[in-house]
Design a protein around this ligand. Structure first.
Ligand code: AMP
Ligand code: MG
Length: 342
């Protein structure tokens, strides 16, 4: 792909928000912050702009995009039908890290939905994200702003590393508050179905829709030949360059196992286990007792782990519910579902 000049914008500048809006209206690509991760945005109603997102990311065309809106009212223009469960979830969790999959209208290009009869929609909580959508004057299709297969970006630096010279602008809004992508719930399924865990936990969703079911692909690798409900679930994600294995069991035994492997190896661990892994190359991604810290740092830690150029990587993984389940989901995908008990 030919190189272009990437403009660097700042989310705290109203002029820069306006500039981002103008670029988006002109069919260009702008990476922007949200409270989950950075998104690579284009006008969701402009099929040729949306196609550029897929080209820039190297994203498979059958993996649909999330459409971002700034007001709940914008939903009616995109969706044919808004089931009561969707209204209840939107009322409770929007703005915020929850994406709803709903029956779509024809105005949404096939490029966005990968030809599905549904569209995924989110109303982000970060004020700068909503300001960009308003400045653009149109809903924005925005997947995570990483090259396909790389860890999702949680800082403008991560976006630069993947897209400098390949997209029109990067709007810097500082580090993302959540650090992992939104929870995805399909209300086009009956009963509603959790397609991807995230910051809005299964437990809190169940307070609003007790009949929520968890898609089998959330728990494990989709079986060969099975069509996952969220097409994105079938792709290997966030993969570091070296093979990654999750080590389950006491930290000291995990450290012994890692030391016994042919080197060089590197370990992703909790703050509390830092000393247990002494002598090994290691990156901590936060405190085991603070799952939000793990979510916030996970993708940055995976990028730093990758930079250690180890031959084999090991990770410690939280085992609880709530946000820990979302962290575990991302880490298991990064590991290609490789887990070892020690
Ligand atoms: P990303 O934007 O990279 O965070 O990925 C968006 C996720 O939402 C992917 O896993 C997609 O497969 C999923 N998704 C987007 N649109 C739909 C849809 N219409 N139906 C089911 N899953 C969807
Ligand atoms: Mg992504």
């Amino acid at each position: 792909m030919s190189r272009i000049h990437t403009v660097h914008l700042t989310a705290s500048s109203p002029d820069d928000i306006a500039a981002a809006g103008r670029l988006l209206r002109a069919g260009r690509l702008v990476a922007m912050p949200t409270e989950t991760v950075y998104g690579l945005a284009a006008n969701a109603l402009d099929a040729s702009a949306v196609v550029r997102i897929f080209e820039a990311k190297g994203r498979p065309a059958d993996n649909p995009l999330i459409v971002h809106i700034a007001e709940p009212e914008a939903l009616t223009a995109l969706c044919r039908e808004i089931p009561p469960a969707a209204l209840a979830l939107a009322q409770r969790f929007w703005p915020g890290p929850l994406t709803l999959v709903l029956p779509r209208r024809a105005i949404v290009p096939d490029a966005v939905t990968a030809g599905l009869s549904t569209v995924a929609v989110r109303l982000p909580a970060l004020p700068a994200a909503r300001a960009v959508i308003r400045a653009a004057g149109t809903p924005l299709a925005a997947p995570s702003a990483n090259l396909s297969g790389r860890p999702s970006p949680t800082t403008a630096d991560h976006v630069r590393a993947d897209f400098e010279g390949l997209i029109d602008a990067i709007l810097d809004g500082g580090p993302c508050q959540w650090g992992i992508e939104s929870t995805v719930v399909s209300v086009a399924h009956h009963p509603p179905r959790l397609l991807r865990p995230g910051g809005v936990t299964r437990e809190s969703l169940c307070e609003v829709i007790p009949n929520l079911v968890v898609d089998p692909a959330v728990r494990g690798e989709p079986a060969d030949g099975e069509t996952p409900s969220a097409p994105g679930m079938k792709y290997r994600h966030y993969a570091p360059r070296a093979p990654l294995t999750i080590l389950r069991g006491p930290a000291v035994r995990a450290a012994d196992y890692a030391r016994s492997r042919p080197g060089p190896v590197a370990v992703l661990c909790f703050d509390e286990e830092w000393n247990d892994f002494a002598g090994l190359a290691r990156v901590s991604y936060g405190s085991r007792s603070d799952p939000l810290s793990l979510a916030r740092s996970l993708f940055d830690a995976l990028r730093r782990l990758d930079a250690l150029n180890a031959r084999q990587l090991f990770a410690r993984c939280p085992e609880g519910g709530g946000v820990e389940a979302a962290v575990r989901n991302r880490l298991r995908k990064a590991a290609g579902f490789q887990t070892r008990d020690v």
